[in-house]
Design a protein around this ligand. Structure first.
Ligand code: NAD
Length: 359
């Protein structure tokens, strides 16, 4: 069967790594008709818009997309296109496996974690009030009245909504994922001791949903600060980590660090009948066009995509090919080397070709 899939090359290193993933996926023999659409800086230049409507329409139509990273400047200007895509399509589950492959440069071995991050609310809801604006001052005085607490004048405010509805569906998703992929344990990570009505609600809801899976999947709880330490000391004690949006984002990068870096950390954003597959890493602008960065994160995101479209055999073969190239350590990019300036490191294209040669 031929699959029709949306392809978004993205910014910075995006076009190079999506091209690598596309080549590897095609080399498995799976038949795909790619519908390429642009978002991010290139779309802004061409159409005057960062996220043209046809991008969302294309994903809605095809139900599956492979997406490169898109730039989000810090602290000013436009909001994240990545977050906008997740919100527009209600891709509420962010799934980020973190696995060590033999041959990878890491302090750890045999790590096999999966981050399941709520993707639709929390501090990512984009409800923010700028310091000094009249709406902000009004809001501050209303909050002070309702809470009987003072907020310093000149504060900016970001809103953190967490609902029972969104929590229930992400917790159910995590448990169903655990059953489908034969996982044993879910650790729910919050700061429920401090944020009782947001993280507290997340935890309370998770405990409720977990009751339905007693005897099938182990459920445990952990505060996010403790979790950060535990992950550095004993990452092998964990299986699936279930988190609200912001902690999920931060611990995803921590887990990427455990397994050898952002260059090998894949991800998926999943909704009820749609999935957008992208690496955890961003657009790494300084490496743009240099044929330098590691294609693995994007190729492994392609593996997740192949599983999603039920091309399991091809997914398996592609993951094995990646594993072999990493284990051999000959045709790997700079980030796999102890010295990043190691002259034996190869470029993005060479590593991609090596992966294809192992299929
Ligand atoms: P980044 O992930 O782009 O880069 C951080 C560092 O990680 C790089 O300097 C590089 O050393 C390393 N790295 C990243 N990808 C690599 C790869 N494939 N191979 C080898 N090394 C790699 O993070 P940043 O610099 O914080 O973000 C750059 C831009 O990307 C920002 O605008 C940010 O908002 C955006 N971003 C987008 C997404 C997304 O599209 N989903 C995700 C994260 C960041």
């Amino acid at each position: 069967m031929k699959h029709k899939i949306t392809l978004i090359p993205g910014d910075g290193i995006g076009p190079e790594v999506t091209d690598a993933a596309k080549m590897c996926i095609e080399a498995t023999g799976v038949k795909i008709e790619w519908e390429e659409v642009i978002a991010g800086l290139s779309a802004k230049e061409k159409f005057g818009e960062l996220l043209p409507e046809n991008v969302i329409e294309s994903i809605k139509r095809n139900k599956v997309a492979l997406k490169g990273p898109i730039v989000t400047p810090i602290g000013e200007g436009f909001r994240s296109v990545n977050v906008a895509i997740r919100h527009a399509l209600d891709l509420y589950a962010c799934v980020r496996p973190a696995k060590t492959y033999p041959g990878v440069k890491s302090f750890y071995k045999d790590i096999d974690l999966v981050i399941v991050r709520e993707n639709s609310e929390d501090l990512y809801s984009g409800i923010e009030f700028e310091e000094g604006q009249s709406a902000t001052k009004k809001l501050i005085s209303q909050i002070e009245k309702a809470s009987k607490k003072k907020i310093r004048p000149g504060s900016g405010i970001s809103i953190k909504p967490i609902s029972k509805f969104a929590t229930e569906r992400i917790v159910r998703f995590a448990f169903e994922y655990a059953l489908e992929f034969k996982r044993k344990k879910i650790t729910c990570v919050t700061k429920a001791n401090i944020m009782k009505f947001t993280d507290g609600l997340f935890l309370k809801t998770a405990r409720e949903v977990a009751k339905k899976y007693v005897g099938k999947i182990i459920f445990e709880e952990m505060l996010v600060d403790n979790m950060s330490m535990q992950l550095v000391q004993k990452p092998n004690n964990y299986d699936i980590l279930l988190l609200p949006n912001l902690y999920g984002d931060i611990l995803s990068d921590l887990c990427a660090g455990l397994i050898g870096g952002l260059g090998i950390a894949p991800g998926a954003n999943i909704g009820d009948n749609m999935g957008v597959f992208e690496a955890v890493h961003g657009s790494a602008q300084k490496y743009k066009g240099l044929n330098k960065v590691n294609p693995t994160a994007m190729v492994l995101s392609g593996v997740l995509m192949l599983r999603y479209i039920k091309e399991d055999k091809s997914a398996e073969r592609l993951e094995d090919a990646v594993k072999k190239v990493i284990a051999e350590g000959k045709s790997v990019t700079y980030d796999f080397k102890a010295d990043p300036n190691d002259p034996n490191a190869v470029g993005t294209k060479e590593m991609t070709n090596a992966i294809i040669s192992k299929l």
